[in-house]
Write a protein of this length. Structure first.
Length: 182
């Protein structure tokens, strides 16, 4: 007779074979508070409800062994994953189509560079992808900004404040020119 394994296999109910006595037991375990539960012997022939298997006749067992997985069709093989085309928009609901458009816009926005390569080029943001500047009619100004085409006097900078800033910048430039590095 062979020896039982060192680490016994347990049933669903937790019953294992004791390697020393070869009796069926529920091994001792530790409670959350740290105390130890005693090892319980299981009388011979007893099978707890958790370990009872569902009765299957010989024909039923044979049918289970030879049956196909759920949803499988005989002779049909799925197409390779690489050849599967993306889902067509014809089968999508209105909300799904809208969500697809949102995803595409988010993806495009993520792909755009956030930092300009050349800060001297002011028209870079207004140029299309080909590098040509966008036509004036295609430019959209926001409602809160001030421009000659769309005057918004509430958002327009005060002319006197702009002159003061320019005068301050000119004075600072003059001071820097007078300084000499020794």
């Amino acid at each position: 007779m062979s020896k039982p394994p060192i680490v016994p296999e347990t049933t669903v109910a937790g019953i294992a074979v004791d390697p020393r006595t070869l009796e069926r037991v529920i091994p001792e375990s530790r409670r959350p508070d740290g105390t130890v539960r005693k090892q319980l012997k299981i009388r011979p022939g007893y099978t707890p409800q958790e370990d009872v298997r569902r009765f299957r006749g010989t024909r039923q067992a044979q049918m289970d062994a030879t049956s196909l997985p759920k949803g499988h069709v005989i002779g049909w093989t799925p197409a390779p994953a690489a050849a599967v085309p993306p889902a067509s928009k014809a089968g999508l609901s209105k909300a799904q189509k809208k969500n697809e458009k949102r995803k595409e816009k988010r993806k495009e926005k993520r792909d755009e560079p956030k930092v300009k390569d050349n800060w001297d080029d002011e028209d870079e943001g207004e140029a299309d992808e080909g590098g040509a500047p966008a036509p004036a009619a295609a430019k959209k100004s926001t409602s809160g900004s001030h421009s000659p085409e769309n005057p918004n006097w509430a958002a327009a900078p005060d002319a006197q404040e702009a002159e003061k800033k320019d005068a301050g910048a000119d004075a600072l430039a003059d001071k820097l020119e007078k300084l000499e590095v020794q």
